[in-house]
Design a binder for this molecule. Sequence first.
Ligand code: HSE
Length: 433
Amino acid sequence: MSNIVNVGVIGLGTVGSSVVKILKRNRKEILAKTGLDVRVKKACDLRDKRSVAGSAYTKNVNDVLNDPEIEIVVETMGGVTPAKQFILKAIANGKSVVTSNKEVIAKHGREIISAADNAGVQVLFEASVCGGIPIIHALRNSLSANNIKEICGIVNGTTNYILSKMSGEKFTFEEALKQAQEKGYAEADPTNDVEGYDAMYKSAILAHVVTGGFVDLKDIYREGITKISPIDIAYAKNIGYVIKLLAVIRNDGKELEVRVHPTLIEKDHPLAKVSDNYNAVFVKGDAVGDLMFYGQGAGGDPTASAVISDILEVACTGSSCEGDDCCGDDCCGHDHALAPMLKLKSMDNVKSRYYIRLETYDKPGVMASIASVFSKKKVSIREVVQHGSDGSVAEIVIILHANREKDIQAALKAIAKLNDVKKISNVIRVGID
Ligand code: HSE
């Protein structure tokens, strides 16, 4: 067998360009370690990228998709259209695909992976979750003996940077976002990051990796960080917590939870110490116990590191069916049917502790009336903080014990209607439990 592996790259933005550069820079080392001579035969972008890809550069995507010598297509363009179409065409042409595209895998992974299984090729997407952190490989390979009970991850660097700046340097959300944009972490339109869509795509992919099934994105509870204020961060700090945007995947063997929301984390938890634009994933396996993976979740070179590891994995293992003549029946032991769709536990039944910040009129009996609502709804209070007020309006922070979401929401609805409650300023889940 020839040790030359011809690769075609579609999309020469930050990640695609880094893939081309690193394959060139580390070619000898990769050859020495793996015995594989990985060459970028064609690299496509609509912008002129000859400075990156040299003679491999092409503007025509079909030069990549139809080249019979290209075994592996790297898709680093992002988005759904036309990336999905290019991925499916590469598969139909018998090529394995390596992608960094979380959106296309989260939304269409089921169809894409089924197409690849039927064609006897592979689709790998390590770079789609947490850039350079090899979390998918670890879950699929090193941890395959385990039932993965829980994954809690800081999987979005932009929001972690913003929250870190709000916490460490007392920036407002707007100031921190502006700095994230100046540093190139956040896009001009930051919606995908700050509203939690990026983290939601990654959590759907992690749920797939640990279960083999797929989640309908509409079923994932998603909340971003735009409502977090410096006041919440200061209160959290006072009572020993930091606020992080968490992706939570929890599997108790009966029901699966997948959700993304800001969370108050105890300051001594390893995830609480992950700052700036770093990512970290905390994993609980039934055999291995607790593990934490930490590193750069974005950026050209870290993400390219993950892309190249997938290229080498495809090249080392050959097609997923271990033979070129898989017939789609039992010859390879794989089930070529579409993977199952997963039913998620209803958010109503998810139990969490809660932080609630309220503004009330500063009158006798206000606290008692709030406590009475919680008591009627069988919601248990753990801690109450009230700093001195201006005599007319008081700010109260209440920390609740773990309660069902449904009961909390019902209690909050009733509290919002109390005459002496001016407003419920924020509600944030607390703890990883
Ligand atoms: N925008 C993402 C982040 C990086 O800020 O983490 C790509 O997934």
